[in-house]
Design a protein. Sequence first.
Length: 139
Amino acid sequence: MKSFRKELWFNVPTRRAFINITPLVEECVRESGIRDGLLLCNAMHITASVFINDDEAGLHADFERWLEQLAPEHPHRQYRHNDTGEDNADAHLKREIMGRGVVVAITDGKLDFGPWEQIFYGEFDGMRPKRVLVKIIGQ
């Protein structure tokens, strides 16, 4: 069994964004040389997410609206976490909703996806460097 590890770094210039990282993850699969195995991809920060869904702008706008309804950024004073001097309690909650990461099968050297599936990095408290871990095991 082989193992491969790589960090992908992002510095999103806005507070929130959804970035399709599928091509970067596919490059990791190629670099690994693993033809059959499992890939773990997860955000290494508690105000960011990695998730699988469709790459469709309307859906991404729906995510943004839905997340803002569930965990609105303002007013900051509504969150106890922000009493510490932070202003990102909503980002922690949004990450919890969208998830920490994903596991994807690798078959014949490719991500074994269903129709329309893509991997996304969700940023909820940007404007600073953050990383995503890609770990692949297999043969």
